[in-house]
Structure formats: C-alpha cells, structure tokens
Write a protein that binds this ligand. Structure first.
Ligand SMILES: N[C@@H](CCC(=O)N[C@@H](CS)C(=O)NCC(=O)O)C(=O)O
Length: 191
C-alpha cells in the first residue's frame, strides 16, 4: 500500500500516526505542493478533489482521511481499532463525523481568522471534556477516533487552546500525544 500525504496537516497526520503506531506495511509518500504534484492528471485520476491523504491499495484508491483510517483498521484487524459490533461501530462513526463536520470547520475558520477567537471552538471541546469524564478514550478503549480528533487538538493552534476548565479533555490529549504514532509524527516547528 502507498499513502500520499503531507505530514504537517491534521488529516494527514492522523493517518500517518495510525500507520506508525502499529508499524503497518504502508509506504508513505510526501506530496510536493511546490511542484504542484496534486495538479497533475495522474493525481486527479486518484483524487479529483486534488487533496491528500490518498491511499492506494493495488487497484483500490481511497481518499478522505477518516475513510482511510477505517479502511486500514479493517484491513489490519489486529490493530483492534475499529469495533465490529453495530453500536460500537456507530459510536466510532458518530465521532468521526463530529470531527469532520464540526471540529474541522471550526478549526479551519479559526486558522483563517486574523483575531484568534477561541471562544467559538470552546463549546466543542467542552462536549469532548464532558464525554471523557468517565473514560480514558473517546469510545471507551483506544480507537481510530482518538487518532482523528487528537490530530486536531495537537496542531500548533490546538496547543494554544486553554484547557484549564477541561481537565478530562486535557488529560486525554496528553495521553494520546504520548502514543507511539503521535510521538513519531511530531511536527518540528523551527525556533
Ligand atoms: N476531508 C478531507 C480533507 C483533505 C484536505 O483538506 N487535505 C488538505 C491537507 S489537510 C489538502 O490536501 N489541501 C491541499 C489543497 O486543497 O490544495 C480529509 O479528511 O481527508
């Protein structure tokens, strides 16, 4: 398998962290945006959205980071990162959709804004904090969901958020940041 990626962004980091956490047999290729690699016909044939990540598994090509991590968790069931019972799977899907439909747009808007108003994103993190009150990970045990959400809370912007009133979310973020996959994909920000 081959992953086309761009390691500094959360949607790519979540997949790379998953691969590196479990030492999966997946080659990682960093696309070259300066050379407009995603604008080529070859890339368009893989992903007409011209975005990364994209995973190629033989003749099968899949894009959208959450589809990729659930595919990898299915192909490598030994990772144990995707529940197979209907309710467990629905819970995972719920939080993956929450990440892509709510957290990602809120973070995107924050990133683009001149005056960083973290108030807008706090209600989302408070929901996460309340949910984590009695559990170590978002779906109870560690799952693909923790990779998907933590990739956002561990961005440069995510690290600037005030977690002082959110001890459960803060503890979860620290816990996930220490996972092998996230340590291996730490983005080194130049001083
Ligand atoms: N919803 C998509 C978003 C993918 C996405 O926005 N990728 C960005 C990097 S995080 C990208 O390739 N941007 C390049 C561009 O838009 O030209 C996913 O989760 O995979």
């Amino acid at each position: 398998m081959l992953l086309h990626s761009f390691f500094v962004t959360p949607n790519n980091r979540k997949v790379e962290a998953f691969i590196k956490h479990f030492d999966l047999d997946v080659e990682i290729h960093q696309v070259n945006f300066r050379e407009r690699e995603t604008q080529t016909d070859e890339f368009y044939a893989m992903n007409p959205m011209r975005k990364v990540p994209v995973l190629v598994d033989g003749d099968f090509v899949i894009w959208e980071s959450n589809a990729i991590i659930t595919y990898l968790a299915t192909v490598f069931p030994e990772t144990g990162m995707l529940p197979t019972d209907p309710q467990g799977r629905a819970d995972v899907d719920r939080w993956l959709h929450w990440q892509s439909c709510h957290l990602m747009p809120a973070m995107g808007a924050l990133k683009l804004s001149d005056e960083k108003d973290f108030d807008a994103i706090m209600p989302l993190l408070e929901i996460l904090d309340a949910h984590l009150q009695d559990q170590q990970f978002v779906c109870g045990d560690l799952t693909v969901v923790d990779f998907a959400i933590a990739a956002y809370t561990l961005t440069k912007l995510g690290r600037k958020m005030d977690y002082s009133g959110m001890p459960h979310a803060a503890a979860w973020r620290d816990r996930v940041s220490q996972l092998k996959g996230f340590v291996a994909t730490q983005v080194k920000v130049p001083a």
